[in-house]
Design a protein around this ligand. Sequence first.
Ligand SMILES: COC[C@@H]1[C@H](c2ccc(C#Cc3ccccc3)cc2)[C@@H]2CN(C(=O)Nc3ccc(OC4CC4)cc3)C[C@@H](O)[C@@H](O)CN12
Length: 293
Amino acid sequence: ITAEMLQSGEWKQANFKKYNFDALGIPPTGGHLHPLMKVREELRQIFFEMGFEEMPTNKYVESSFWNFDALFQPQQHPARDAHDTFFLKDPAISTQFPTEYLERVKEVHTNGGYGSIGYGYNWKIEEAQKLLLRTHTTAVSSFMLYNLARKKEFKPVKYFSIDRVFRNETVDATHLAEFNQVEGVIADKGLTLGDLIGFMETFFGKMGVKNLRFKPAYNPYTEPSMEIFSYHQGLGKWVEIGNSGMFRPEMLEPMGLDPEIRVIAWGLSLERPTMIKYGIDNIRELLGHKVNL
Ligand SMILES: COC[C@@H]1[C@H](c2ccc(C#Cc3ccccc3)cc2)[C@@H]2CN(C(=O)Nc3ccc(OC4CC4)cc3)C[C@@H](O)[C@@H](O)CN12
């Protein structure tokens, strides 16, 4: 039957075969996991088989206190500016913080302590109270380490998280205002930078990423810090695959952790490995259907 037949009325003379109501429909294509979720599952399995416990990251809104101050990130640091961070309007602040711990954080920023000279600026609680969309999952790591310090007996821990973080970035082909951060944290007595390097070899080795190179870097909350690189055969170039370091005493000791306890940590994104693995060159393809305008 055609549109012409309908228009001309010719369809009335035509004879059609009986409609076969038993005909099977076209089988619908099955659903499929989103590439990011596939890579997230792979990474979760790697962490689980290495004895890591998943951190509770189901809270996108954080206070500046846990996202920055607890990490010894100074209040005038550019990353804390509204052009890099999404601050909330309503509610704008939180006022629930552990009082003694907050005082020790204020002290270490202002006057130092634990062998540090601090930053020597006038730390303001109003700055720490500001609510924001977490800029890194390290905000959750700091909360977990604070809780670890309050346990009666210290035992070594291995925590990980894979979840969304938000940065007020200019959006382009490889950057969005949010991404999924992957973070690993290991706390134990006597850990060294060598342990961190060795662990990176094993962890990334399980992702099929070999012969790593480490480059000195800076993070406000880790000293020393290292960017991690690997030579990617496919792309024929060195690819930055993550960042890492040892959390500073100015972050750990105000929490009440014993000075012998060392915490090594590292992070990467979910988007980068997924884009490389699935040959996606525009990050927008990862987020919903491409709108062909
Ligand atoms: C605003 O950008 C941040 C994001 C994201 C990132 C960077 C740092 C951390 C961190 C951390 C950290 C450090 C110390 C202590 C605790 C956490 C987390 C995510 C990736 C981190 N990066 C990144 O994922 N690169 C990457 C990772 C895996 C990979 O696998 C492929 C199969 C071979 C390929 C590439 C490095 C770069 O892509 C970088 O340009 C972009 N980075």
